[in-house]
Design a protein around this ligand. Structure first.
Ligand SMILES: [Zn+2]
Length: 320
């Protein structure tokens, strides 16, 4: 009888010990999980003051290095808006943030466009080389320069049916000629007679044009009216200045039927209005209602549909 009681007592202790072990185990696991969570960005960012939703947004868009950086700076909810911008590029985070800090009144959407277009830098200050492997989508602007020796190897003469000047003076790349003829025919069928006034320009020719302005009127004026040699899109053989047979006036062409037709239709043939009126601050060029650039129909359609510049397109989709 006594033995039986002792045995029951032992079972009792064992059960107690097992229960205590389970409790201790659960507590340990909980503590461990908490420790792990406290090491996470989700926890650390909330400690800085971001909401759980904002925290998740930041984590989904940024790499560890950038998240570490955000932990070292004050809560800034504009950063959440920033990473949600359509054309936000994670590797440019620091540039966006520096710009935001120094330009508090600029909309976040505009900050992304400005940084992606590089116009936060002085013109001609970056010394970047045009990546020729991009072919029809090469970029040339006040930051990207072409090699002085570059001349396309497939330049063709434009017929005087579609261009002014002496035969042989207006040349474009074959792909541009083909696209232009398709566009010309469609426009012509709708009563619009397109004419090319200028197309390929060699480095040497651009140098003469630019230096002529510079010598006569100074560098500032020259820069305002002509691209520096190597920085002109006309050297690509992909840019054409288009007017109509009835209007070749730079001041009034923008209001002509031909200009309106081009704005509505050129993209179908792979051309974009390269320097639009409302994008001067992003392209670095005054509005040129006649200057069109061939980029191919796919890119042109995207740019048309989304109302962005080639600079913005290039930064987001091609500058990899
Ligand atoms: Zn032009």
């Amino acid at each position: 009888m006594k033995k039986k009681l002792k045995l029951r007592k032992q079972v009792y202790y064992v059960v107690i010990i097992i229960i205590l072990l389970i409790i201790a185990g659960c507590w340990g696991v909980k503590k461990y999980n908490q420790y792990i969570y406290e090491q996470s960005y989700e926890y650390k960012l909330q400690q800085v003051g971001y909401t759980l939703d904002d925290t998740k947004t930041l984590i989904s868009k940024l790499n560890d290095e950038t998240l570490e950086y955000i932990l070292t700076i004050r809560l800034d909810e504009r950063l959440v808006s920033l990473v949600q911008e359509v054309y936000f590029i994670p590797s440019k985070f620091q540039e966006y943030y520096d710009y935001i800090k120094n330009n508090k009144k600029v909309q976040i959407h505009d900050v992304v466009a400005i940084i992606n277009s590089k116009v936060n830098n002085d013109y001609y200050s970056l010394d970047l080389k045009t990546d020729m492997s991009k072919e029809e989508a090469i970029i040339v602007n006040k930051y990207y320069q072409m090699d002085s020796n570059y001349e396309p190897d497939d330049l063709v003469n434009v017929s005087l049916d579609y261009s002014w000047g002496d035969y042989g003076s207006i040349r474009v790349r074959q792909v541009v000629m083909d696209a232009f003829l398709n566009m010309w025919q469609k426009a012509n069928a709708e009563g619009i007679y397109l004419m090319i006034s200028s197309a390929y320009r060699s480095y040497a020719e651009q140098e003469i044009v630019y230096n002529n302005y510079k010598e006569n009127y100074g560098e500032d004026y020259a820069d305002s009216i002509a691209a520096r040699p190597g920085f002109s899109e006309h050297q690509t053989g992909l840019a054409i200045d288009i007017f109509s047979k009835t209007n070749s006036n730079r001041n009034t062409f923008k209001d002509s039927d031909a200009a309106h037709w081009l704005v509505a239709n050129a993209y179908k043939y792979g051309f974009i209005l390269r320097y639009p009126e409302d994008k001067v601050s992003l392209t670095g060029y005054n509005y040129e209602s006649w200057h069109f650039r061939y980029v191919g129909a796919e890119i042109a359609s995207y740019i048309q549909e989304h109302d962005i510049t080639f600079e913005e397109y290039y930064a987001y989709f091609l500058d990899k």
